[in-house]
Design a protein around this ligand. Structure first.
Ligand SMILES: CC(C)(COP(=O)(O)OP(=O)(O)OC[C@H]1O[C@@H](n2cnc3c(N)ncnc32)[C@H](O)[C@@H]1OP(=O)(O)O)[C@@H](O)C(=O)NCCC(=O)NCCS
Length: 163
């Protein structure tokens, strides 16, 4: 569930300034958690990639507050090599974290794309991202290397074994 006064909608090409402003308000910790690098400004090419999406293999939702400011953005990008798996990228504004927004956003993306697995890459120290992933479904794999954790969780029905 989302907090009162917030609403969720698909991202649109017109959201570039909204996204840039939202990223600019993130704490260094949250920006690093999302982008795995300090990322004060997105380039025009990155903004195009993040907002001009096909809505099928790349889906993204924004959560806005009553003033229309960005509260959260989440996306799933299907893995071309494993079409039943999509990579989650998500960030919630610092003052709105731990209110269930990340979980609601991720669950809605999973429902909309209908994939069987979700992959996530996060800093090894990012407990929030790991808990969010585990809230989506059982852990299928987890690899820790160089301070970065890559996990895959199963969110869809198990694939029947071949006869
Ligand atoms: C990770 C993030 C998206 C989680 O969103 P959120 O709205 O704060 O999370 P929710 O309130 O929906 O909580 C989901 C779960 O994570 C847990 N959680 C959230 N933040 C946490 C934290 N800082 N430490 C420990 N657990 C945390 C919640 O307790 C909840 O766990 P539960 O299901 O066991 O009760 C948010 O903290 C964030 O934007 N972080 C910075 C960017 C980032 O790290 N993105 C992830 C890269 S994929």
């Amino acid at each position: 569930m989302l907090p009162d006064g917030t609403r969720m909608r698909p991202i649109a090409p017109e959201d570039k300034a909204l996204l840039q402003a939202g990223v600019g308000r993130l704490s260094p910790e949250s920006a690093y958690g999302r982008f795995l690098t300090g990322k004060p400004r997105l380039t025009p090419a990155e903004l195009r990639y993040l907002t001009e999406i096909d809505g099928c293999d790349h889906m993204a939702l924004v959560v806005l507050d009553a003033d229309g400011d960005l509260v959260a953005v989440g996306r799933l990008v299907r893995d071309p090599a494993r079409p039943d798996t999509a990579e989650l990228g998500i960030v919630v504004a610092d003052c709105s974290q731990r209110q269930g927004i990340g979980r609601t956003l991720a669950q809605e993306l999973v429902r909309a794309m209908g994939v069987a697995r979700v992959a996530g890459t996060m800093l090894a120290t990012n407990r929030g991202a790991l808990r969010l992933m585990r809230a989506l479904g059982p852990l299928e794999s987890g690899v820790l290397s160089g301070g970065v954790r890559e996990v895959v969780v199963r969110v869809g029905a198990p694939v029947a074994a071949a006869a």
